[in-house]
Write a new protein. Structure first.
Length: 236
């Protein structure tokens, strides 16, 4: 399997007191809810995402005992035009993003033609470099895509999405996206500058919170609770 975190991912369940209860690898295509659910634990909130000395990335969750039905494993969706008998190259991509706010609004970026969703808007961030922690990665990506220096807050969510589709290059991939999303502030917002010219970001801007709904957000972000919480009640 191709991946940008060769050491693999490990899901860690912790109780309210911080005691480690169980840990389990997150294999290709798996969801943390299902992995920890199979061990008898229900995820309440993410706590941290950090690199281990062995090169693996561990994600810690506060959990409580699962009482009832274990999470079901959903069928793997396929992009339009991909046949049921077509086999894609397995690729697990771990990325870090941030919901960045300042006195100017929310920081959004637009996907370029180098992606499969050109024109859609989303959060600044992207794939981790080899050996890079999520915290290091999100700081680097925000700077490359927008020219802003940020202060990270809490880990908001960890998305896990699995599908079979074609990359912009035309290669058929059995794709597993793991997105680590932080809250962040920008104490000294400036005019946006895209340093990674020719990359996956075609535009970036500070968007007033009341205008966020006017932007065509990508499927990864349009239902993100942390973004919806920023919109004034009269706009929700």
């Amino acid at each position: 399997m191709r991946t940008n975190v060769p050491g693999g991912l490990v899901m860690v369940a912790l109780d309210a007191g911080g005691r480690r209860l169980v840990e389990s690898p997150l294999c290709h295509g798996e969801h943390p809810d299902a992995v920890l659910g199979a061990a008898g634990w229900l995820i309440e909130s993410p706590l941290f995402a950090s690199m281990r000395d062995d090169g693996s990335l561990e994600v810690g969750y506060r959990v409580r005992e699962l009482d009832g039905i274990r999470p079901a494993v959903a069928p793997v969706p396929r992009d339009d035009g991909v046949g049921e008998d077509e086999v894609g190259e397995p690729f697990q991509r771990v990325a870090a993003y941030a919901v960045v706010t300042s006195g100017r609004g929310v920081l959004l970026t637009q996907f370029s033609s180098r992606t499969h969703v050109p024109g859609d808007w989303g959060l600044p961030g992207g794939g981790l470099d080899d050996g890079e922690s999520p915290v290091e990665g999100v700081h680097r990506e925000v700077w490359e895509e927008t020219g802003q220096r940020i202060e990270l807050g809490d880990l908001l969510t960890v998305q896990s999405q699995h599908w079979v589709g074609r990359a912009p290059s035309g290669v058929l991939e059995d794709f597993h996206a793991v997105r680590i999303v932080y809250g962040a502030t920008c104490p000294e917002p400036t005019e946006v500058v895209i340093h990674d010219v020719g990359g996956t970001t075609s535009d970036a801007r500070w968007v007033p919170v009341e205008q966020v709904r006017d932007y065509r957000l990508g499927s990864s972000w349009r239902h993100l609770a942390a973004l919806h919480a920023l919109v004034p009640p009269s706009q929700s």
